[in-house]
Design a protein. Structure first.
Length: 405
């Protein structure tokens, strides 16, 4: 059992590292080509069919790059395709989903206070949500092909908000955020695999056959690439969110996720505008900052909005607090089966992150973490496997806040 647990832990680490490596490669190339595309300049004397050119300097050398909006007159001898960065990012991400969330569904995927289902049912729901997200997105893109890109993106944002709300009614908060990221990443990777690359292959085949390629294939690919451009930053946030319970473990987590997409759009708009040499819209950073402040407020929203009763706060020290005895009983009963020198919870060999909460001193030392992870948010216990009650969470909040006065 010990060997299996150690192997599984290192497998998770290895797959996560692979996912980070491939994601950096994909995002890096994506950001570069977006900046390159927006910075192209049309000058006299360009070859026939060339849309624009760009001069760049890097690594001690100069680069002269030209872009053909549809295709050059003849097929180049050597053509580099950018696709495997996207494919491996998705495959490694799905592998990580299987190792972490499907392999430990009871801890990370299911919250029985949200939806009481078996691990098998939860996994099937997960797969269905990821697949349905792409199908719905692709359908909307095809239906609105000849309409405004802005109208389509507004409609797609409304769909993402609905998905965010729906996921929080199926999975734990942590899993809901992860799945919103997985659905978005699937859309991005499928755009590459099922639209952008196939369209480019059609253009290449036409060139080889001596036919003039249809411009519509480039237009469709360009639209999907634009969507990927604006979705990148929200995906990064969602993939990192499992480390921050105040993002995913609070009542208004779906609203927080929705606002994150707007922040991502504002930041990408800034970079896109600068790369296009169309101005310096610093107001986008102010807008992003305001939205981030709103997110912070939502994560600790006044109890008058949540309907939770306010408790009287008294005392000055954590261990000496009047609430401490009740807090200790709660922590020992709800947390210490994992967070102990010798955990008793099945499959847990060492206290997560080395945090033991089986003594008075340890509980006092980790008061802030207890407050954030199990009081202010519902990140702990994972999936609420030990059935900590709202009253107990309120007690943890009262204990910490009174001692900090």
């Amino acid at each position: 059992m010990t060997d299996v647990a150690i192997f599984w832990e290192w497998l998770s680490f290895g797959v996560r590292w692979l996912h980070v490596i491939t994601a950096i490669a994909w995002i890096g190339s994506s950001f570069y080509f977006i900046a390159l595309d927006l910075g192209l300049v049309q000058r006299p004397g360009l070859p026939e069919g060339a849309h624009g050119e760009e001069w760049q300097v890097h690594g001690g050398g100069f680069y002269h790059i030209q872009k053909y909006l549809v295709a050059p007159a003849a097929m180049p001898e050597h053509l580099t395709w950018f696709k495997w960065e996207s494919y491996w990012t998705w495959m490694s991400g799905f592998a990580l989903l299987c190792v972490v969330y499907y392999g430990s569904a009871e801890l990370f995927l299911i919250d029985r206070n949200v939806l009481d289902v078996s691990a098998t049912t939860a996994i099937l729901l997960s797969l269905a949500c990821i697949g349905a997200g792409w199908v719905l997105y692709d359908l909307l893109c095809r239906l609105f092909y000849d309409r405004s890109d802005t109208l389509l993106m507004v409609l797609l944002y409304g769909v993402l908000v609905f998905i965010a709300w729906g996921l929080t009614h199926l999975f734990s908060g942590r899993a809901a955020f992860l799945h919103l990221g997985a659905i978005t990443a699937t859309i991005m990777s499928c755009n590459v695999f099922m639209v952008i690359i196939p369209n480019q292959k059609i253009v290449v085949a036409d060139l080889k056959a001596g036919r003039r390629p249809d411009a519509k294939y480039g237009k469709i690919a360009k639209t999907r690439s634009l969507h990927n451009n604006y979705l990148t930053l929200p995906v990064i946030f969602l993939m990192l969110s499992n480390h921050y319970p105040l993002a995913f473990g609070t009542q208004f987590n779906w609203v927080i996720a929705s606002l994150v997409f707007l922040i991502g759009v504002l930041i990408r708009h800034y970079f896109n505008t600068v790369h296009k040499r169309a101005g310096n819209p610093t107001w986008t950073w102010l807008g992003a900052a305001v939205l981030f402040i709103v997110i912070i407020w939502l994560s600790t929203v006044p109890k008058v909005l949540t309907g939770e009763p306010k408790l009287s706060l008294a005392g000055e020290r954590f261990v000496a607090s009047a609430h401490f005895q009740a807090v200790r009983d709660t922590v020992l009963g709800r947390c210490a089966m994992c967070h102990a020198a010798e955990p008793s919870y099945e499959g847990i060999l060492h206290a997560p992150k080395g945090v033991a909460l089986d003594t008075d001193a340890a509980i006092g030392e980790h008061a802030r973490e207890i407050y954030l992870q199990a009081g202010r948010s519902h990140a702990m216990p994972p999936g609420n496997v030990t059935q900590i009650t709202p009253r107990e969470r309120a007690l943890l909040v009262a204990w910490f806040e009174e001692a900090r006065r």
